[in-house]
Design a binder for this molecule. Sequence first.
Ligand code: IMP
Ligand code: MG
Length: 176
Amino acid sequence: MSPRNSLESIISTDKIEQRVAELAREVERDYSGRELVVVSVLGGSVIFLADLVRKINLPMRIDTVSVSSYTGKAVAPRGLKVLKTFSEDVRGKHVLLIDDIIDTGGTLAAVMEEVRAMEPVSLKTCVFLSKKKERNIDVVPDYVGFEVEDLFVVGYGLDYDGMYRNLPYVAVLHVT
Ligand code: IMP
Ligand code: MG
């Protein structure tokens, strides 16, 4: 870490574990008796994905997509492009889309459009974090781990310039 950046922990490892278990129970209840295709947006959601799916006791396939969005730094997105298309055929399937955080909603909206074009039976979204803010894009995630203030956060998969994904907790990054 740059000696002038500092981390302020806002969600502990214990709280994360507890909440992820709760989300898994909700998903199990809502999809009871069904088979799922979980689609994870790389790379921010990989840690959340890994913890969540291992707590969901339902038949599922897992697929990943990547989207070019942020340039890696804490700046506004330059425009979104879905880079890897799906390898699972989601036609006629129940799709649960997973991402690390919803900020403007642009990423989720772009991936949802791609998924919808493949005609799944249902499409829901699950984000680990949701930033408390007004969104111009009309996307409301179906499952939210935690709401956070509109600050730049890292850890538990979320990065700043590729770093901090391995932190086992969520922190606000103060860049100085
Ligand atoms: P959106 O398209 O503006 O909703 O942004 C979603 C994507 O931007 C997420 O998948 C993250 O990769 C990234 N992002 C947004 N806010 C943060 C943050 O506070 N920390 C790290 N990544 C973020
Ligand atoms: Mg991301």
